[in-house]
Design a protein around this ligand. Structure first.
Ligand code: KG4
Ligand code: ZN
Length: 347
């Protein structure tokens, strides 16, 4: 069964055009997709948002249980919609990190079981690389480029030199930008997940509040920080509450968004200039933010850059991006995993 012969099978996928099953369960979406090349044949996403909303955030143990109860159904639906069976699948790609350990283990265990039962190769997928790969789906994008991954767990800048050649060149030293969006939303009593709610409210407000007294410029090491801004918003809201003064929620959202995003955009453009790249690729859940999309597109165009971002449906967690990542790994012979593959909360 699963041994060197399976690895040989994997190596034979090099330069081929495999049919890939992608499985994602790192946080609160159970997602499964079938893909060949850059074409998605099915992309099933079972979101747990309504379950976690009553707790104001993701409860890891609850997430693991929901993944367990729904993942087989998601796989059946993905295969059915793609009009294929497990016997047609050439390899399985699965997110093994980063994420919630219990949640990740559900996807990893199911992927291993399928690969063992069908004797097909398993490809391990780094969730962040998956987000970047959402940009290849249905497009003709090719490396090299600079990529900004902005999500609930990460804010990182990558120099992407090839399909399997990534280097981290900057990013947050503390909190992720999505985490800061969610925190601000919680403070304002907006429902989970807060990012889209802050995005909506910001459109009706003015960026008139300065949370930082002194504007920060691009850091020489392309690093960013969100914990200070988060604390500044917390202090601002608590102070107004203590004084019994009204809080203009829309202005708070617009001001926070501008402060969080402006420096991110400047840092991304500085990274592209420093690395001599013409193309900037946006990825991750916060890539759905309308202010970030508009600002990066505008500033990018002014600076002579091509700015690429995925459709909204592929910004947040999905199985298609994981399948895309696994496809690109398999056709170049990278990231084969055997039955010892384990989930990792950090990579
Ligand atoms: O990539 P993702 O689905 O999961 C992680 O890998 O973390 O990103 C989720 C994050 C959450 O923090 C969510 O609030 C944020 O993306 N998000 C947004 C928007 N849509 C999702 N943040 C700001 N504006 C949005 N429109
Ligand atoms: Zn994600």
């Amino acid at each position: 069964m699963y041994n060197d012969l399976t690895k040989d099978k994997f190596l034979r996928l090099k330069g081929a055009d495999p049919l890939v099953l992608g499985i994602e369960s790192s946080c609160d979406e159970t997602a499964v997709a079938v893909l060949r090349g850059r074409t998605v044949l099915s992309n099933i996403i079972a979101s747990q948002i309504m379950t976690h909303r009553k707790y104001g955030g993701v409860v890891p143990e609850v997430a693991s249980r929901e993944h367990t109860s729904i993942i087989i159904d998601c796989i059946d639906r993905a295969l059915g919609e793609a009009n294929v069976t497990l016997d047609d699948i050439d390899c399985v790609g699965v997110t093994y990190g980063a994420g919630l350990i219990g949640a990740l283990l559900v996807g990893v265990s199911v992927a291993k079981a399928i690969c063992l039962a069908k004797d097909i190769p398993l490809v391990k997928v780094n969730h962040i690389e998956g987000h970047i790969c959402a940009n290849y789906i249905g497009t003709e994008l090719t490396p090299p480029f600079i990529s900004l991954v902005a999500s609930g767990g990460h804010t990182s800048l990558f120099s992407v030199r090839g399909y399997n050649d990534y280097t981290v060149i900057g990013g947050t030293k503390d909190d992720a930008i999505g985490e800061a969006f969610d925190k601000v939303a919680r403070l304002l009593g907006l429902p989970y997940p807060g990012g889209p709610e802050v995005d909506k409210l910001a459109k009706t407000g003015k960026p008139c509040i300065k949370f930082y007294k002194h504007a920060k410029g691009v850091s020489p090491d392309l690093s960013l920080s969100y914990s200070g801004l988060k604390t500044a918003v917390v202090n601002y809201i608590h102070t107004l509450k203590q004084r019994g003064e009204p809080i203009n929620e829309a202005d708070v959202c617009a001001s926070f968004t501008a402060e969080a995003v402006d420096l991110l955009v400047d840092t991304t453009l500085a990274a592209a200039r420093r690395y001599g790249q013409k193309t900037i690729v946006l990825a991750g859940g916060v890539a759905a933010n309308s202010y970030l999309r508009d600002k990066l597109a505008l500033e990018g165009k002014r600076g002579g850059f091509d700015v690429v971002y995925p459709p909204l449906s592929l910004c947040t967690d999905n199985g298609a991006m994981i399948a895309m990542r696994a496809y690109l790994s398999a056709v170049e012979g990278f990231d084969y995993a055997d039955m010892t593959l384990n989930a990792r909360s950090n990579i």
